[in-house]
Write a protein that binds this ligand. Structure first.
Ligand SMILES: [Zn+2]
Length: 174
């Protein structure tokens, strides 16, 4: 078991789920920022998912919401956008010691990119049994072909993320 000295969280490895966290925990602040990006995405008619990348020093390097419609780009998921932005900021193809916050469990594509970027910790909000690739489906980080798995903390402010997504899809159906 590793001890995360900075946050007081413990991780059993790559698949720890649902840590109990105080309201003052920095993870909640960054997830709040990711939720703001998700809300902004919804306002643009995009699926409301938002992401933030934070450096080891706690500096926000990138923040974005889904932009697949606007960019006409099926890879323009929030996670892909923040990884590209943060790499540009750092001038590196690797995001060693950086943490990624995203409001929904990443899909297999984004989980792959998170691994290639060498992200240190992944914090996500709601589970995505339908399209997720971390706790569901492909379970990318658990495969022998995965050469870097981040520490994973799921279920952070999951209810807010779920409410946003449900509201968005209900409005589209209505
Ligand atoms: Zn994705």
């Amino acid at each position: 078991m590793r001890e995360d000295a900075a946050s007081g969280l413990t991780s059993m490895g790559p698949k720890r789920h649902g840590p109990a966290m105080s309201a003052e925990h920095p993870a909640n602040r960054f997830m709040q920022m990711a939720l703001e990006e998700a809300q902004a995405a919804a306002a643009r008619g995009e699926v409301p998912v938002g992401a933030v990348i934070v450096s080891a020093e706690g500096e926000v390097l990138a923040r974005a919401g889904n932009r697949t419609l606007e960019d006409r780009d099926p890879t323009a998921h929030a996670e892909m956008l923040v990884i590209r932005q943060a790499c540009a900021v750092l001038g590196s193809e690797r995001l060693i010691d950086c943490d990624l916050y995203v409001t929904l469990e990443p899909c297999p594509m984004c989980a792959g990119a998170i691994s290639y970027a060498r992200i240190r910790r992944l914090y996500f909000g709601a589970d995505d049994p339908k399209s997720g690739g971390v706790e569901h489906g492909a379970r990318v980080f658990s495969r022998p072909t995965c050469h870097h798995a981040p520490e994973v903390y799921g279920g952070i402010d999951a209810a807010t993320s779920t409410t946003l997504l449900q509201g968005f899809f209900a409005a589209r159906r209505g």
